[in-house]
Design a protein around this ligand. Structure first.
Ligand code: ADP
Ligand code: MG
Length: 253
């Protein structure tokens, strides 16, 4: 049975999508069968993994709102062992359309049942909000990975995210755990970076991954080539950090 990891933080630009793409690809490179699910209407995970938007006729929207099988929208990527479920801007309407649908928080969980056995890891990239789509991801997930950007307001908003996690644990998914907190865009040259690392470690203790993702230009360039950095330039510091993270995620079970 595949382990489902949701990557969420309602703040935009903290590295959710970069992490989904590079962690997913790294787990595939080390031999695991991985399904990467894009649930952000921006579709950056989809394009970052090489999906041409014009070729997407049906996407995660049709699963969540239309109720079609996930298998109908799964497509292989150019990377062995890595499949992807794309999202398009159509998904932007889902938050409202789902309101009137029965068991609206369980649409993704239900859809995953039929494919869970085909993968070792299912990684869900969430949109930058705590709306129904993110609730679907948290309800379907075994673990939550929280990327935290090493910047001044790093901890801002995390209390709200943790409160949402508590509500999900109480009402929708008792077994949800925090898989880990990932420090991203770390710049060792600044005091601020070091302060944020210390502060986040104080707040989250052993839940913080040992691996810290450095600020690295290859990570931000790779998406424009439709490739994860771990494929585009595996030797880069950013790529190496994500490969280390994949090993850590694997070691956590
Ligand atoms: P989110 O999905 O949380 O909105 P993204 O992963 O899209 O965040 O990252 C926001 C921006 O920062 C993107 O342009 C991305 O390429 C860039 N970025 C993410 N992580 C890094 C990093 N470690 N080093 C440099 N740029 C990064
Ligand atoms: Mg994103």
């Amino acid at each position: 049975m595949g382990k489902v990891i949701a990557i969420a933080n309602q703040k935009g630009g903290v590295g959710k999508t970069t992490t989904a793409i590079n962690l997913g690809a790294s787990l595939a490179i080390i031999g695991h069968r991985v399904l990467l699910i894009d649930t952000d209407p921006q579709g950056n995970t989809s394009s970052g993994i090489g999906v041409q938007k014009a070729t997407v006729e049906q996407c995660i929207y049709d699963v969540l709102v239309g109720g079609i099988a996930l298998s109908e929208v799964i497509r292989p990527s150019e990377i062995a062992n890595l499949d992807v479920v794309p999202a398009t801007i159509q998904l932007a309407g889902a938050e409202i359309e789902l309101v009137s649908i029965m068991s609206r928080e369980r649409r993704l969980e239900d859809a995953l049942q039929a494919v869970k056995d085909s993968y070792d890891y299912i990684i869900i990239d969430c949109p930058p909000s705590l709306g129904i789509i993110t609730l679907n991801a948290l309800t379907a997930a075994d673990g939550l990975l929280i990327p935290v950007q090493c910047e001044f307001y790093a901890l801002e908003g995390l209390a709200q995210l943790l409160n949402t996690v508590k509500l999900v644990q109480r009402h929708l998914n008792k077994t949800l755990v925090i898989e880990g907190v990932l420090l991203t865009m770390y710049d060792a040259r600044t005091n601020l970076g070091q302060q944020v690392v210390a502060e986040v470690q104080k707040y989250f203790g052993s839940q913080v991954y040992q691996t810290v993702i450095p600020r690295n230009v290859r990570l931000s360039e790779a998406p424009s080539y439709g490739k994860p950095a771990v494929i585009f330039d595996v030797k880069s510091k950013g790529a190496q950090a994500y490969i280390e993270l994949a090993k850590e995620v694997k070691a956590n079970g």
